[in-house]
Design a protein around this ligand. Structure first.
Ligand code: ADP
Length: 737
């Protein structure tokens, strides 16, 4: 304890200092802990605040979700109600429809069906929702719900089940026990459900059956009617021929003027009636499907020119131009029924001339490539500048008995069968017929048929070539159509063409390069002959070819000597080419041309068959001015014999002759020619105009016919037109008389 006193004093102070230090340290620690505690407290407080905020938020959210739920629930209720209503309505509608309606599930079990569907199974309790399709099939066959006819029930069920199981079953028509017809239409949905419709089509089927029956009856009646008409027409025709023939014979006997008038009236009326009967006969024959086509090789171009010749008289009287435009590169010989084609064209041409008061009628033939080889598709159009057909009538113009009614048409006669017959004939040939028309401006009727080329054509074809000397041609034509036809023709042959529409213009256009002038005859101011004279006077040496509608009158013209050749309009192309080949100065240029062929060429041979002495005299007087070798036959037999020995260039044939008549003789000549391939023009001379028998005469191979009394001019025209190439044109010896 040494330290006590001083030591004690010291140690106390130390202890105190120590204690103070310790206290201070403890105080500092306390402060520090307090600060830490405070910080922790603050942090805790912040956390607590955040937490409570979160809780508030969550609570709010929970509330919104709750509200939402309640709303959705009520919306769902409304929607459910709506669905229920829609379903009720739909089902109600399905129940009301008269046709059957059912659904099936993917296992082919019926889910539901409407009254109409279930109604068919009335009394069969098994058929209700839950039944399978197989069971239904079983049921309908066992209970006889469906009339399956003679079919085997098991086979029928199998067939129906096969159909049902396809992805998209075809509609099926079944017949129920009560005669009702049901059309089953089944549609498979994506999930395999099937909606099945059963339509009651009994009325439609019954209606169809009635229609078919009515149609069958109508067709049978129509055929019976046509067949009756055909027989009747034939029966009427036979005695009518007697009437007409006897009336004709009567007119050949001694009659006074009054009696002759009566007899002629009987004959003419009879003939008019025959024309009508022929139409009806043809029409009924076609309708009764009794008309057959007689196909043979024939010359289409010649056929058309023969028709034109026949129409020429009428057309010339009315002042209408008849034009033909036959496609240059189209062959002329085809295999078809020339008689029926002629009938079609006669109808169309006859109408065209009948319904045209001024202007032109033009036949145009164009060839289009055919579907089969060795054939051509021919387009024949007949264009006129006549009265035309009103737009609302054009559509049924080809119908039978369809004459346009009205003032403008009443003055034209006809049966109204012509076009209907033409249409049927064209259809029979497998072709088409049409018309285009503008009222007051004209009509164009056209038909197209496909015809095989005749043998000779396919072998050789037609060779149209122009003489070497022909380089440039001057065409003088007032008619624009004719001008265009000629221009096209020569251009196709690679000949330069200059066209003029008057003599005056031609004189202006003429130059040294022109190697041929082709001119129309009748033109205003300066006609073709005057033009030829003017050209020669102006020192132009080019030959002149005159196209005339009336070549008889050319020969009476003193200016004829300025013209080098004359062609009767319209001319077939071979006549033009023959004329070109004959043309002096064209063959090998002017210098080489022989001055005249008169001395070297033979004279033209003309045969006339006529049994009546006076008529023979008349004939010879009429042609006496011509430079021809004329021979007479007094009957048909002699005519045929002379045809062989005399080899005439043209034959005039009286129709009624003893022994062998003109028609038989013509037929015999054509038979001889069938072997040689030649064709002599035969012109019939009939005692009386026999308009009705035109076809009859032409059908034996006669080309033209003239009715007595003969006119000198037409006789001369026919002789001139028949003059073949290489024969001295008969007009040269005119002065001999
Ligand atoms: P038809 O000439 O015998 O009366 P169609 O059958 O040949 O009978 O002609 C029927 C009608 O069609 C004619 O009456 C006429 O009204 C009209 N028609 C025919 N061709 C022509 C034409 N080229 N121009 C104007 N009308 C025509």
């Amino acid at each position: 304890m040494t330290g006590i006193g001083g030591g004690w004093g010291m140690s106390l102070a130390n202890k105190l200092a120590e204690e103070r230090r310790a206290r201070l340290a403890a105080e500092r620690l306390l402060e520090q802990k307090q600060a830490e505690l405070q910080a922790a407290n603050r942090k805790l407080g912040r956390h607590a605040r955040a937490l409570s905020e979160e809780i508030v938020e969550t609570r709010a959210e929970v509330q919104t979700v709750r509200d939402e739920n309640a709303r959705v629930k009520s919306d769902l209720n409304v929607a459910n109600e709506k669905v229920a209503i829609a379903e009720r309505r739909l089902w109600h509608s399905i129940q009301t429809i008269q046709d059957g309606f059912a659904f099936f599930d993917a296992e082919s079990r019926m889910i539901a069906a409407n009254h109409a569907w279930l109604g068919v199974f009335e009394g069969l309790e098994d058929v209700k929702p839950g039944i399978s399709y197989v069971e239904i099939l079983q049921c309908v066959t066992e209970e006889g719900v469906v009339d399956i006819g003679d079919a085997d029930p098991a086979a029928w069920r199998e067939k129906m089940l096969d159909r049902w199981q396809t992805v998209a079953p075809e509609p099926e028509i079944i017949r129920l026990w009560n005669g009702a017809y049901i059309k089953l239409i089944d549609q498979r949905g994506q999930t395999g459900d099937v909606v099945s419709l059963a339509l009651n089509i009994t009325d439609t089927i019954r209606y169809e059956e009635r229609l078919k029956e009515a149609r069958r009856k109508a067709e049978a009646a129509s055929r019976a009617k046509s067949s009756f008409l055909a027989n009747m027409s034939h029966e009427i025709r036979t005695p009518m021929n007697g009437v007409v023939g006897m009336a004709e014979l009567l007119t050949d006997t001694e009659l006074d003027e009054e009696q002759l008038l009566y007899a002629n009236t009987i004959k003419n009326s009879g003939e008019a009636l025959l024309v009508i009967i022929n139409d009806v006969l043809d029409y009924s024959k076609i309708e009764a499907e009794k008309l057959v086509l007689h196909e043979e090789p024939f010359d289409l171009e010649r056929c058309i020119h023969e028709l034109i010749m026949l129409m020429q008289v009428n057309a010339r009287d009315k002042g209408i131009d008849l034009l033909v435009d036959y496609d240059l590169f189209l062959p002329t010989r085809f295999v078809g029924d020339p008689g029926r084609l002629r009938q079609i064209m006669t109808n169309l041409l006859g109408n065209a001339v009948k319904f045209t008061e001024e202007g032109h009628v033009m036949v145009r033939v164009v060839g289009v490539e055919a579907e089969t080889e060795g054939a051509a598709r021919l387009h024949v159009t007949i264009e006129d500048s006549g009265i035309g057909i009103p737009a609302d009538k054009v559509g049924h113009i080809f119908g039978e008995f369809n004459q346009l009614d009205g003032e403008s048409n009443r003055k034209f006669e006809g049966t109204g069968l012509g076009l209907a017959i033409s249409e049927k004939l064209v259809r029979l040939m497998g072709g088409d017929i049409w018309v285009e028309s503008a009222e007051g401006q004209g009509s164009t009727f056209g038909f197209a048929v496909e015809l095989p080329l005749a043998e000779a054509e396919t072998e050789t074809g037609q060779d149209f070539s122009v003489p070497d000397g022909l380089r440039k041609v001057l065409i003088v034509e007032t008619n624009a159509l004719n001008r265009a036809i000629l221009e096209r023709l020569f251009t196709a042959l690679e000949v330069a063409v200059v066209c003029c529409d008057s003599g005056a213009r031609a004189l202006e256009a003429m130059d040294a390069e022109v190697s041929l002038v082709i001119t129309d005859h009748v033109m205003p101011e300066m006609d073709g002959i005057e033009l030829a004279e003017a050209l020669k006077e102006a020192g132009h040496a080019a030959p002149v070819l005159l196209l005339s509608g009336n070549i008889g009158s050319v020969d009476q013209d003193p200016g004829r000597r300025f013209v080098d050749a004359v062609l009767q309009k319209p001319f077939p192309r071979n006549a033009l080419f023959a004329a070109l080949a004959r043309m002096p100065g064209l063959r090998a240029g002017l210098a080489d041309a022989p001055p005249s062929h008169a001395a070297t060429q033979r004279v033209m041979r003309v045969l006339a068959a006529e049994d009546n002495k006076t008529n023979r005299l008349v004939f010879s007087k009429m042609v006496k001015a011509m430079d021809i070798d004329l021979k007479f036959a007094v009957n048909g037999e002699e005519a045929v014999a002379f045809y062989r020995s005399f080899r005439p260039d043209i034959v005039f044939m009286d129709i009624s002759m003893p022994e062998m008549d003109g028609k038989e003789a013509a037929r015999a000549i054509r038979q001889i020619e069938a072997e040689s391939g030649a064709h002599v023009p035969i012109v019939a001379m009939t005692a009386h105009a026999m308009e009705g028998d035109e076809d009859d005469i032409l059908s034996v191979g006669i080309d033209h016919y003239l009715s007595k009394p003969l006119s000198k001019q037409t006789l001369i025209e026919h002789v001139l037109a028949a003059c073949p190439a290489g024969v001295r044109p008969p007009r040269e010896g005119q002065s001999a008389a």
